[in-house]
Design a protein around this ligand. Structure first.
Ligand SMILES: [Zn+2]
Ligand SMILES: [Zn+2]
Length: 449
């Protein structure tokens, strides 16, 4: 397979193939074997349960998601004579914490041989953990195309009050019943679009990282995500009317992005600096009750706009070796760590530990990166030129009635600038804020936010 083949491939063809030999030299395999996105998709549950070799599923759901799809699932199972045990979290919203996982485990019936999640973000994340822990296969009946975790093999959780991504399990089958999905709350549909718009940034940063730090990159996987992104953008006008084809396109995009992460074996194709803005907002809301948060995809959509502003700034930069070296020499890691802890709270400890392992602030490593940046500057600008205009993405979000800044979370412009400067410390990934630190331009760049 090549990047070109990926341009016109359908999700069905992708799933049928199971995996493929790729021009990047790797063989990519997806865990998810069945994806059914259509009106009435829940009616396929009995055959999928049988394909899993299961006889008695355990249904895991939340209050709202069970109200959206629970009856339909239970009626389908009753009609097929399939016994099941169900557990619906009593509290709403369900928080992806130790308590919720413990509650799911304590209500799990060991005579059940399959886990079926009925929900989206949090329920799916907990369902994947329950499946992994119990050694059962997993099926997700999606209730909203709000995030891209349906076909991925990790769970986004809160552990010890910190945001973590845990290896869990992937879904054998993803059911996207359009009759259910189209009735999801509008902010959850918008969240899916926001999580997809984020891919504009993540794809560009993946390529820049390949250039500057030699990160593994797969053009086929990137092309697959780009293609889905374009389909989701085209679906935006229909989504406002809750058109079935538009809702299905967003759900497909969410599944493909999850599969892309599984193919690549990393989150690069689906998450970049914009996701780090969102992670910091999440961590602060855990540490400080006065700090607001919103749905994952809404936060990522807004941060896509912030990131586009930053890339517009990068376009104006001419790398200056002396300026960069002087900036980096004057940088104090100790002072910076204090700032991280004060602004983000205890979640920053994992970031500080990460830096101790990685050493991105090491002067020798910086000097090597800087030489690459200077010699490849034109190529970097060429990659950045593939980004859409700020106004284009802003219009999409406004069309959807989505917020376009973190104002509604209680963030001042100065807070947003601080979040931006800290995105470079979230994970060991090369993103725009790192590029600007390397150039000695970080403090000037933040002023555009
Ligand atoms: Zn590849
Ligand atoms: Zn995401």
């Amino acid at each position: 397979m090549t990047a070109n083949d990926m341009k016109n491939i359908t999700l069905a063809e992708l799933i049928d193939a199971g995996g493929f030999e790729c021009e990047c030299g790797r063989r990519h395999t997806a865990g998810t074997k069945r994806v059914i996105i259509e009106s009435g998709a829940v009616s396929h549950l009995p055959e999928l349960i049988s394909e899993c070799g299961a006889k008695k599923p355990f249904l895991l759901s939340g209050h709202d998601s069970f109200a959206a799809a629970g009856d339909k699932v239970c009626r389908t199972l009753d009609g097929a004579g399939i016994p099941y045990v169900k557990y619906v979290f009593p509290l709403s919203p369900v928080v992806p914490s130790e308590e919720a996982v413990g509650s799911a485990v304590m209500h799990f019936d060991c005579s059940c041989d399959l886990v079926i999640g009925i929900g989206s973000g949090v329920i799916n994340d907990i369902g994947k953990i329950l499946a992994a822990m119990s050694g059962r296969k997993y099926i997700i009946v999606g209730t909203a195309p709000s995030m891209d975790g349906f076909a991925s093999a990790t769970s986004s959780m809160e552990r010890d009050g910190l945001k973590v991504s845990l290896d869990s399990s992937f879904a054998y089958a993803v059911i996207g019943d359009v009759d259910i999905l189209k009735n999801a709350p509008m902010n959850m549909l918008v969240s899916g679009v926001g999580d997809m718009l984020a891919k504009y940034i993540s794809l560009v940063e993946w390529l820049i990282a390949k250039l500057i730090v030699g990160e593994y990159y797969c053009p086929s996987v990137a092309s697959l995500v780009q293609n889905s992104l374009e389909k989701v953008v085209a679906a935006v006008p229909g989504l406002i009317r809750r058109d079935e084809s538009a809702v299905a396109a967003v759900m497909e995009g969410m599944v493909v992005a999850g599969m892309a992460m599984k193919y690549a074996g990393l989150s690069r194709p689906a998450s970049g600096m914009e996701h780090y803005f969102s992670h910091i907002v999440d961590m602060r809301s855990l540490a400080f009750p006065e700090c607001g948060h919103d749905l994952h995809g809404i936060q990522c959509g807004i941060a896509t706009l912030y990131s586009l502003k930053i890339y517009d700034y990068i376009r104006t930069v001419t790398p200056d070796r002396e300026k960069a070296l002087a900036y980096v020499r004057a940088f104090s890691v100790e002072d910076w760590n204090e700032k991280l802890l004060a602004f983000i709270g205890p979640g920053a400890r994992a970031m500080i530990k990460g830096e101790q392992r990685e050493g991105k602030y090491d002067l020798g490593k910086h000097a090597a990166r800087l030489e690459r940046i200077i010699s490849d500057w034109d190529e970097i600008l060429g990659i950045i030129d593939t980004l859409p205009a700020y106004g284009e993405v802003e219009t999409l979000l406004k069309t959807l009635g989505a917020p376009t800044s973190y104002d509604h979370l209680g963030y001042s412009a100065e807070d947003v600038r601080t979040v931006f400067t800290m995105t470079k410390d979230i994970r060991d990934k090369y993103v725009a804020s790192r590029l600007l630190w390397d150039l000695g331009e970080l403090d000037e760049a933040k002023k555009v936010l």
